[in-house]
Design a protein around this ligand. Sequence first.
Ligand code: AMP
Ligand code: MN
Ligand code: MN
Length: 331
Amino acid sequence: MNPNRQFVREAALFMREHDRFLVLSHINPDGDATGSALGVVLMLEQLGKQYVVVNEGETPEKFAFLPRFDQLRNLRKQPLEEKFGAVIAVDCADESRMGDVRSLFDSGVRLLNIDHHPTNDGFGDVNLIRTDAAATAEILFDVAEELGVSFTEELALCIYTGLLTDTGGFRYSNTSPRVMEIAARLLSYGVKPGEVAERCLEEITFAHVKILRRALQTLELSHQNLIASITVSVDDFLETQAEREDAGGLVNYCRNIEGVEVGVSFVESEPGVVKVSMRARDRVDVSLVAKQMGGGGHAKAAGCTIRGSLSEVKQKVSLVLEEAVGVKSDE
Ligand code: AMP
Ligand code: MN
Ligand code: MN
């Protein structure tokens, strides 16, 4: 049997053989993480199973159009006493991406790990990892078919949202024929593409524009113009009253500049903690760069979180990138 099919079967079996599940995605969830977690929830409902769906922190309001969004618990605001013996983790490249939700695991916990990051280390008891998938949601499409659950409009919407967001609106190089085939099927189940794109890609908050305005003033080129970076400090958040999620997508302004190979954003989320996002054009595999600094991701989109001041973190990343692009930093 196709080994992929075997792993899909094992994942489906895991969902059938337990009754109550903890469903989670990664910290600072994106469209694939949220769509996939809620997609799993809808499948469990169809199987007559019980679940609690949790994230360590807040899920961006922009995903509030997704079904069962109101079921998503923010563990920081709504602590839970219960411990779980069966866990489904989606879109988590490694164990640490689950954050504090790990405190809800029973000692004999069994974990199903469904993911598409090449840096995934197979931390589950059952691992369904397909690095050729554009999104975790693409893998869930196969799981739903294997389970024989029906593709309701709601389930289709969750999967479509993961596909749309992780391919940057079907533009990135991970947009395979299969992605388009699955997307077409999902549209036939009732998904309205214009509405989903409006929510996920087009609509921005005013706070995002205010942060963007400040961030663009920090944009700098280095490493013989092969690297472009942008910096957002805690003060920028305070002065614009923006939330962390309002700083999403800034890194694309760097990568998109003609001739730039790697775009980087340095976002200081709290004093001494800097979230580094990287986007590559052709020459550099940024997942390897991120991995060297304790993070992970994909060849063209990766990230890590580093402790230190903004200038310390920028210097550290600059040195690692020096090696990756083969050109000395020249600031
Ligand atoms: P971001 O820059 O946060 O949009 O992330 C880009 C990609 O890298 C996504 O696929 C993330 O899942 C992954 N990623 C970001 N931060 C980390 C991290 N600390 N560890 C592992 N993967 C990460
Ligand atoms: Mn993700
Ligand atoms: Mn993903």
